[in-house]
Ligand binder design. Structure first.
Ligand code: ZN
Length: 85
């Protein structure tokens, strides 16, 4: 299954890199973890809004229940073609 890179993926990548660089420069894994936790907390509203958007623009597959985006004619999980129903 193909996964689209979202703004949040980039954000977490940057947060991870920043945490690792702080870990590397201070030699203290805990401070790197704190920085990552801080970014993770800030990211919660972004994740929540992305989740709400995908929830509004999708419907569950009648076969396997995986949510499929509106406009897509095939389930990405089980391959059911909605045009046949
Ligand atoms: Zn399905």
């Amino acid at each position: 299954m193909r996964r689209k890179i979202t703004f949040y993926d980039i954000y977490i990548f940057v947060a991870t890199m920043l945490s690792l660089s702080i870990w590397g420069s201070t030699g203290n894994g805990l401070s790197g973890l704190i920085v990552f936790g801080f970014f993770w907390l800030i990211g919660i509203p972004f994740r929540a809004s992305a989740w709400a958007t995908s929830r509004l623009n999708s419907r569950p597959c009648p076969v396997c229940g995986v949510r499929v985006r509106n406009g897509e004619t095939q389930c990405g999980s089980c391959g059911t073609d909605f045009r046949l129903q």
